[in-house]
Ligand binder design. Sequence first.
Ligand SMILES: Nc1nc2c(ncn2[C@@H]2O[C@H](COP(=O)(O)OP(=O)(O)O)[C@@H](O)[C@H]2O)c(=O)[nH]1
Ligand SMILES: Nc1ncnc2c1ncn2[C@@H]1O[C@H](COP(=O)(O)OP(=O)(O)O)[C@@H](O)[C@H]1O
Length: 227
Amino acid sequence: MAKLFRAVIMGPPGSGKGTISKRIAQNFGLEYLSCAQFLQDIAATKNTEEGVLVKTYIDKRMLVPDHVVTRLMQPRLEQLSRHSWLLEGYPRTVVQARSLNELYQLDMVISLNIPYSTLSDRMSDKWIHPASGRVYNMTFNPPRVKGKDDVTGEPLIQSEDDKPEALMARLRHYKDVAKPIFDLYKSQGILHSFSGTDTDRIWPYINSILSTKLPAGPSESRQTQTP
Ligand SMILES: Nc1nc2c(ncn2[C@@H]2O[C@H](COP(=O)(O)OP(=O)(O)O)[C@@H](O)[C@H]2O)c(=O)[nH]1
Ligand SMILES: Nc1ncnc2c1ncn2[C@@H]1O[C@H](COP(=O)(O)OP(=O)(O)O)[C@@H](O)[C@H]1O
Protein backbone atom coordinates (compact mmCIF):
# COMPACT_ATOMS: atom_id res chain seq x y z
CA MET A 1 0.00 0.00 0.00
CA ALA A 2 1.27 3.50 -0.81
CA LYS A 3 2.37 5.56 2.16
CA LEU A 4 -0.51 7.41 3.72
CA PHE A 5 -0.46 11.18 3.51
CA ARG A 6 -1.28 13.33 6.54
CA ALA A 7 -1.98 17.01 6.07
CA VAL A 8 -3.43 19.95 7.94
CA ILE A 9 -4.79 23.20 6.55
CA MET A 10 -4.71 26.38 8.62
CA GLY A 11 -5.78 29.95 8.04
CA PRO A 12 -7.84 32.74 9.57
CA PRO A 13 -11.63 32.69 9.31
CA GLY A 14 -12.70 33.21 5.71
CA SER A 15 -9.28 32.45 4.26
CA GLY A 16 -10.67 29.69 2.05
CA LYS A 17 -9.78 26.60 4.10
CA GLY A 18 -13.10 24.91 3.40
CA THR A 19 -13.07 25.83 -0.30
CA ILE A 20 -9.50 24.63 -0.82
CA SER A 21 -9.96 21.51 1.31
CA LYS A 22 -12.82 20.38 -0.90
CA ARG A 23 -10.67 20.87 -4.00
CA ILE A 24 -7.81 18.91 -2.43
CA ALA A 25 -10.14 16.11 -1.38
CA GLN A 26 -11.66 15.94 -4.86
CA ASN A 27 -8.39 16.04 -6.75
CA PHE A 28 -6.33 13.74 -4.58
CA GLY A 29 -8.87 11.43 -3.00
CA LEU A 30 -8.04 12.35 0.58
CA GLU A 31 -10.50 12.09 3.43
CA TYR A 32 -11.31 15.62 4.55
CA LEU A 33 -12.29 16.18 8.15
CA SER A 34 -13.47 19.59 9.32
CA CYS A 35 -13.10 19.74 13.10
CA ALA A 36 -15.73 22.47 13.45
CA GLN A 37 -18.23 20.40 11.44
CA PHE A 38 -17.34 17.29 13.44
CA LEU A 39 -17.89 19.13 16.73
CA GLN A 40 -21.10 20.69 15.47
CA ASP A 41 -22.41 17.26 14.51
CA ILE A 42 -21.57 15.95 17.97
CA ALA A 43 -23.28 18.94 19.60
CA ALA A 44 -26.36 18.43 17.43
CA THR A 45 -26.71 14.67 17.70
CA LYS A 46 -25.04 13.37 20.85
CA ASN A 47 -27.24 13.72 23.88
CA THR A 48 -24.36 12.80 26.13
CA GLU A 49 -22.50 14.84 28.72
CA GLU A 50 -19.80 15.42 26.12
CA GLY A 51 -22.29 16.48 23.43
CA VAL A 52 -23.89 18.98 25.78
CA LEU A 53 -20.48 20.30 26.86
CA VAL A 54 -19.34 20.79 23.27
CA LYS A 55 -22.59 22.59 22.45
CA THR A 56 -22.10 24.96 25.40
CA TYR A 57 -18.73 26.09 24.06
CA ILE A 58 -19.86 26.35 20.44
CA ASP A 59 -22.89 28.41 21.47
CA LYS A 60 -20.63 30.76 23.43
CA ARG A 61 -18.28 30.90 20.41
CA MET A 62 -15.43 29.70 22.59
CA LEU A 63 -12.91 27.04 21.75
CA VAL A 64 -13.86 23.65 23.18
CA PRO A 65 -11.18 22.74 25.78
CA ASP A 66 -8.15 20.99 24.33
CA HIS A 67 -8.52 17.76 26.29
CA VAL A 68 -12.16 17.40 25.17
CA VAL A 69 -11.40 18.01 21.47
CA THR A 70 -8.41 15.73 21.56
CA ARG A 71 -10.39 12.97 23.26
CA LEU A 72 -13.08 13.24 20.59
CA MET A 73 -10.69 13.52 17.65
CA GLN A 74 -8.56 10.52 18.58
CA PRO A 75 -11.15 7.80 17.87
CA ARG A 76 -12.30 9.71 14.77
CA LEU A 77 -8.76 9.71 13.41
CA GLU A 78 -8.44 6.07 14.36
CA GLN A 79 -11.40 5.35 12.04
CA LEU A 80 -9.49 7.09 9.25
CA SER A 81 -6.20 5.41 10.02
CA ARG A 82 -6.16 3.46 6.74
CA HIS A 83 -6.76 6.58 4.67
CA SER A 84 -4.78 9.61 3.70
CA TRP A 85 -6.39 12.65 5.28
CA LEU A 86 -6.58 16.40 5.46
CA LEU A 87 -7.63 18.07 8.71
CA GLU A 88 -9.19 21.49 8.75
CA GLY A 89 -9.59 23.46 11.99
CA TYR A 90 -7.53 20.98 14.01
CA PRO A 91 -5.12 21.64 15.57
CA ARG A 92 -6.25 25.10 16.68
CA THR A 93 -3.90 25.40 19.68
CA VAL A 94 -0.33 24.36 20.29
CA VAL A 95 -1.55 21.83 22.88
CA GLN A 96 -3.70 20.20 20.20
CA ALA A 97 -0.76 20.30 17.78
CA ARG A 98 1.46 18.49 20.29
CA SER A 99 -1.21 15.85 20.92
CA LEU A 100 -1.57 15.27 17.19
CA ASN A 101 2.21 15.04 16.81
CA GLU A 102 2.28 12.26 19.38
CA LEU A 103 -0.09 10.18 17.26
CA TYR A 104 0.81 10.99 13.66
CA GLN A 105 3.72 12.26 11.69
CA LEU A 106 2.34 15.03 9.49
CA ASP A 107 3.63 15.32 5.93
CA MET A 108 2.48 18.83 5.20
CA VAL A 109 0.84 21.83 6.83
CA ILE A 110 -0.78 24.31 4.48
CA SER A 111 -1.14 27.83 5.83
CA LEU A 112 -3.31 30.38 4.01
CA ASN A 113 -2.08 33.92 4.42
CA ILE A 114 -4.82 36.29 3.24
CA PRO A 115 -4.85 40.09 3.81
CA TYR A 116 -7.37 41.48 6.29
CA SER A 117 -9.11 43.68 3.70
CA THR A 118 -9.78 40.62 1.53
CA LEU A 119 -11.16 38.65 4.48
CA SER A 120 -13.36 41.55 5.43
CA ASP A 121 -14.71 41.94 1.87
CA ARG A 122 -15.42 38.22 1.65
CA MET A 123 -17.25 38.19 4.95
CA SER A 124 -19.56 40.98 3.94
CA ASP A 125 -20.52 38.84 0.95
CA LYS A 126 -20.80 35.59 2.89
CA TRP A 127 -24.13 33.88 3.52
CA ILE A 128 -24.64 30.60 5.30
CA HIS A 129 -27.26 27.91 5.63
CA PRO A 130 -27.20 27.53 9.42
CA ALA A 131 -28.61 24.00 9.63
CA SER A 132 -26.00 22.41 7.34
CA GLY A 133 -23.11 24.86 7.58
CA ARG A 134 -23.11 25.30 3.77
CA VAL A 135 -21.34 28.52 2.89
CA TYR A 136 -22.01 30.80 -0.09
CA ASN A 137 -20.38 33.95 -1.36
CA MET A 138 -22.56 36.26 -3.43
CA THR A 139 -19.82 36.81 -6.02
CA PHE A 140 -17.52 33.77 -5.74
CA ASN A 141 -20.01 30.92 -5.33
CA PRO A 142 -23.56 32.32 -5.23
CA PRO A 143 -26.54 30.09 -4.47
CA ARG A 144 -28.62 29.07 -7.48
CA VAL A 145 -31.56 31.08 -6.14
CA LYS A 146 -30.71 34.36 -4.41
CA GLY A 147 -30.96 34.06 -0.62
CA LYS A 148 -31.87 30.33 -0.68
CA ASP A 149 -29.87 27.19 0.13
CA ASP A 150 -29.21 25.05 -2.98
CA VAL A 151 -30.16 21.77 -1.30
CA THR A 152 -33.09 22.61 0.98
CA GLY A 153 -34.30 25.93 -0.46
CA GLU A 154 -34.28 27.30 3.10
CA PRO A 155 -33.28 30.93 3.72
CA LEU A 156 -29.60 31.88 4.04
CA ILE A 157 -28.39 34.19 6.81
CA GLN A 158 -25.37 36.37 7.57
CA SER A 159 -23.55 35.56 10.80
CA GLU A 160 -22.89 38.12 13.56
CA ASP A 161 -19.39 36.60 13.73
CA ASP A 162 -18.63 37.81 10.23
CA LYS A 163 -19.34 41.49 10.95
CA PRO A 164 -16.19 43.71 10.87
CA GLU A 165 -15.52 44.16 14.64
CA ALA A 166 -16.13 40.48 15.36
CA LEU A 167 -13.94 39.51 12.42
CA MET A 168 -11.09 41.73 13.66
CA ALA A 169 -11.26 40.12 17.12
CA ARG A 170 -11.32 36.60 15.66
CA LEU A 171 -8.36 37.46 13.48
CA ARG A 172 -6.34 38.81 16.39
CA HIS A 173 -7.12 35.68 18.35
CA TYR A 174 -6.15 33.48 15.41
CA LYS A 175 -2.78 35.22 15.05
CA ASP A 176 -1.93 34.81 18.74
CA VAL A 177 -2.96 31.20 18.94
CA ALA A 178 -1.54 30.12 15.58
CA LYS A 179 1.93 31.61 16.07
CA PRO A 180 3.34 28.84 18.33
CA ILE A 181 1.73 26.21 16.07
CA PHE A 182 3.52 27.70 13.06
CA ASP A 183 6.78 27.75 15.02
CA LEU A 184 6.35 24.08 15.83
CA TYR A 185 5.62 23.07 12.22
CA LYS A 186 8.36 25.33 10.88
CA SER A 187 10.86 23.58 13.11
CA GLN A 188 9.69 20.28 11.62
CA GLY A 189 10.14 21.67 8.10
CA ILE A 190 6.57 20.87 7.03
CA LEU A 191 4.97 24.33 6.95
CA HIS A 192 4.02 25.67 3.51
CA SER A 193 2.50 29.16 3.42
CA PHE A 194 0.47 30.51 0.52
CA SER A 195 -0.29 34.21 0.24
CA GLY A 196 -2.77 35.99 -1.99
CA THR A 197 -6.19 37.48 -2.37
CA ASP A 198 -7.85 34.91 -4.66
CA THR A 199 -8.44 31.24 -4.00
CA ASP A 200 -8.33 30.54 -7.73
CA ARG A 201 -4.82 32.00 -7.92
CA ILE A 202 -3.52 30.24 -4.82
CA TRP A 203 -5.01 26.89 -5.76
CA PRO A 204 -2.60 26.08 -8.66
CA TYR A 205 0.39 26.44 -6.30
CA ILE A 206 -1.18 24.15 -3.71
CA ASN A 207 -2.21 21.74 -6.42
CA SER A 208 1.26 21.61 -7.91
CA ILE A 209 3.09 21.08 -4.62
CA LEU A 210 0.61 18.34 -3.66
CA SER A 211 1.11 16.72 -7.07
CA THR A 212 4.77 16.23 -6.22
CA LYS A 213 3.77 14.35 -3.06
CA LEU A 214 0.58 12.55 -3.99
CA PRO A 215 -0.80 10.80 -7.07
CA ALA A 216 -3.85 12.60 -8.46
CA GLY A 217 -6.49 10.05 -7.78
CA PRO A 218 -9.94 8.85 -8.58
CA SER A 219 -11.76 10.46 -5.78
CA GLU A 220 -12.68 8.31 -2.80
CA SER A 221 -13.20 11.69 -1.23
CA ARG A 222 -16.08 12.85 0.75
CA GLN A 223 -16.31 15.24 3.60
CA THR A 224 -16.24 13.01 6.62
CA GLN A 225 -18.59 14.05 9.32
CA THR A 226 -20.16 12.26 12.22
CA PRO A 227 -18.69 8.91 13.21
N1 LIG B 1 -14.62 36.63 -3.48
C1 LIG B 1 -14.00 35.50 -3.10
N2 LIG B 1 -14.59 34.72 -2.17
C2 LIG B 1 -13.96 33.57 -1.81
C3 LIG B 1 -12.73 33.16 -2.37
N3 LIG B 1 -12.38 31.98 -1.81
C4 LIG B 1 -13.35 31.67 -0.93
N4 LIG B 1 -14.31 32.62 -0.94
C5 LIG B 1 -15.52 32.72 -0.13
O1 LIG B 1 -15.11 33.23 1.14
C6 LIG B 1 -15.87 32.63 2.18
C7 LIG B 1 -14.94 31.88 3.13
O2 LIG B 1 -14.40 30.74 2.47
P1 LIG B 1 -14.24 29.37 3.25
O3 LIG B 1 -13.66 28.38 2.29
O4 LIG B 1 -15.52 29.01 3.93
O5 LIG B 1 -13.14 29.82 4.33
P2 LIG B 1 -12.76 29.23 5.76
O6 LIG B 1 -13.54 30.02 6.76
O7 LIG B 1 -11.29 29.48 5.87
O8 LIG B 1 -13.10 27.75 5.71
C8 LIG B 1 -16.89 31.72 1.50
O9 LIG B 1 -18.08 32.46 1.34
C9 LIG B 1 -16.23 31.40 0.15
O10 LIG B 1 -17.18 31.10 -0.84
C10 LIG B 1 -12.13 34.03 -3.37
O11 LIG B 1 -11.06 33.78 -3.91
N5 LIG B 1 -12.81 35.17 -3.68
N1 LIG C 1 -9.83 22.65 17.05
C1 LIG C 1 -10.81 23.16 17.80
N2 LIG C 1 -10.65 23.27 19.14
C2 LIG C 1 -11.62 23.75 19.94
N3 LIG C 1 -12.81 24.16 19.49
C3 LIG C 1 -13.04 24.09 18.15
C4 LIG C 1 -12.05 23.60 17.25
N4 LIG C 1 -12.55 23.66 15.99
C5 LIG C 1 -13.80 24.16 16.10
N5 LIG C 1 -14.10 24.42 17.40
C6 LIG C 1 -15.39 24.89 17.91
O1 LIG C 1 -16.29 25.02 16.82
C7 LIG C 1 -16.72 26.38 16.70
C8 LIG C 1 -16.87 26.75 15.23
O2 LIG C 1 -15.61 26.71 14.61
P1 LIG C 1 -15.34 27.51 13.26
O3 LIG C 1 -16.43 27.19 12.28
O4 LIG C 1 -13.94 27.26 12.86
O5 LIG C 1 -15.62 29.01 13.65
P2 LIG C 1 -14.71 30.11 14.36
O6 LIG C 1 -13.82 30.62 13.29
O7 LIG C 1 -15.76 31.08 14.82
O8 LIG C 1 -13.98 29.47 15.51
C9 LIG C 1 -15.69 27.19 17.46
O9 LIG C 1 -16.24 28.39 17.93
C10 LIG C 1 -15.32 26.24 18.59
O10 LIG C 1 -16.31 26.28 19.61
